[in-house]
Design a protein around this ligand. Structure first.
Ligand code: FE2
Length: 394
């Protein structure tokens, strides 16, 4: 495939992209030529935080009346007990992957709940990962109830690593006590070191300003000189910290090299539920972290499940929400913001060959946009290319 007359993001160079055997190459077999007509052609998006095991389960039995994280968890527990099975999950997962792919995503990191004693969802997801060619998939073993709330949790997390999960998950704010939350962080590092995995946690997903597990997650990475990648999902409590503590902890996050994955759609929906007016916005401090050099990524988290009744699978919807809630609409930051779906996200996924250089993955989004802001404004994607094959558009 040759894509002619591409304008690169973010540097605005005009180039032709040649793709051979799935990768950017100096030549191509010239089967297909696409003229981008001097519009932006950007490397594809990555979705770093989604729960594919629970997508599309919303129905009349599964209505989250309080709109809280907690009611969502108990509805999901009910679904797992009564309805979850491999084939119905597979149908839902494939439907979601199609949506994501159509929206320009070719790398997906999914959380999979590993609190179910039979590990039904994890086993099926590992099978899907082995079979699927349409996207690159990573699985995070997510202990939905923490590691110490039930005696079997820890064993299930370790078993998940043995069965093929890529990342160790954790949720210290869901543990029963502060001490157990801290202990869960140390165990996550122990497991990641033992199985040579990365860490991707749900961290401080609460409005409680006393939830400060992020500092230990960061400090432990520094102390152990942990070489893997560590990501903190949600981090909504950072919104509620006082400014002096927030400033200190953001510097620590930057120093540790931890990635932060914000999920603005669901965070705006679930957070602030224990407030009266004025309501807090319940989204992490994206702007302040970007200013300090933290690698911030935007994720979607959910599509039509007990935690979020909407969701189109479009990462630009999540970015759009972040732009409104956080003070990001300066001309420079608006243009930069697409980095949180592209370069920053690919870095978390561990994709080294990303971009326009020779040898990069041949995954691109061809737009009708003359500048990056138009991509956000009009959700502009004409075609999606995966490894030199057109997967959206004609
Ligand atoms: Fe999540």
């Amino acid at each position: 495939m040759i894509i002619k007359n591409c304008v690169t993001y973010p540097n605005n160079k005009i180039i032709d992209i040649k793709i051979k055997d799935g990768f950017v190459s100096g030549d191509s077999d010239d089967d297909i030529t696409i003229d981008a007509e001097r519009n932006i052609v950007m490397p594809s998006f990555s979705e770093l935080h989604i729960h594919l095991d629970s997508v599309f389960i919303l129905d009349r039995d599964i209505e989250n009346k309080s709109g809280t994280l907690e009611e969502g968890i108990s509805l999901w527990d009910k679904y797992k007990k009564e309805k979850l099975n491999p084939s119905e999950m597979r149908n839902r997962v494939m439907k979601a992957i199609n949506l994501l792919e159509n929206n320009g995503i070719t790398r997906i990191r999914t959380n999979i709940d590993v609190s179910d004693p039979s590990l039904t969802a994890l086993r099926e997801m590992v099978k899907i990962k082995k079979e699927i060619k349409k996207v690159d998939l990573q699985i995070t073993a997510f202990p939905q109830h923490g590691l110490f709330t039930y005696p079997e949790n820890l064993e299930l997390l370790e078993k998940s690593m043995e069965l093929g999960a890529d990342n160790v998950g954790l949720a210290p704010h869901l543990e029963d006590t502060y001490e157990e939350g801290i202990k869960s962080i140390k165990i996550a590092y122990d497991l990641a070191e033992k199985y040579n995995k990365n860490i991707d946690g749900h961290i401080d997903e609460t409005d409680d300003p006393a939830s400060r597990f992020i500092e230990m997650l960061a400090k432990e990475k520094i102390t152990r000189n942990f070489n893997g990648s560590v990501s903190a999902g949600h981090l909504t409590a950072l919104h509620s910290y006082n400014n002096q503590y927030a400033s200190k902890v953001i510097k620590l996050i930057a120093r540790s090299g931890i990635n932060v994955i914000s999920n603005p759609l669901i965070n705006m929906h679930l957070q602030g539920r224990y407030n009266s007016y004025p309501r807090i916005r319940g989204i992490t401090r994206i702007r302040e972290m970007l200013d300090q050099g933290v690698n911030v990524v935007i994720g979607q988290d959910c599509i039509m499940d007990p935690w979020y009744p909407l969701g189109s699978g479009d990462p630009l919807d999540a970015l759009f929400m972040a732009l409104h809630v956080e003070p990001l609409m300066t001309p420079n930051l608006l243009e930069y913001s697409l980095n949180m779906l592209t370069y920053n996200a690919a870095k978390v996924f561990g994709t080294n060959n990303y971009g326009y250089e020779l040898g990069s993955q041949g995954d691109f989004i061809i737009t009708d946009a003359k500048n990056p802001v138009e991509i956000i404004q009009y959700r502009n994607r004409r075609k999606v290319v995966r490894g030199g094959i057109l997967i959206k558009g004609d």
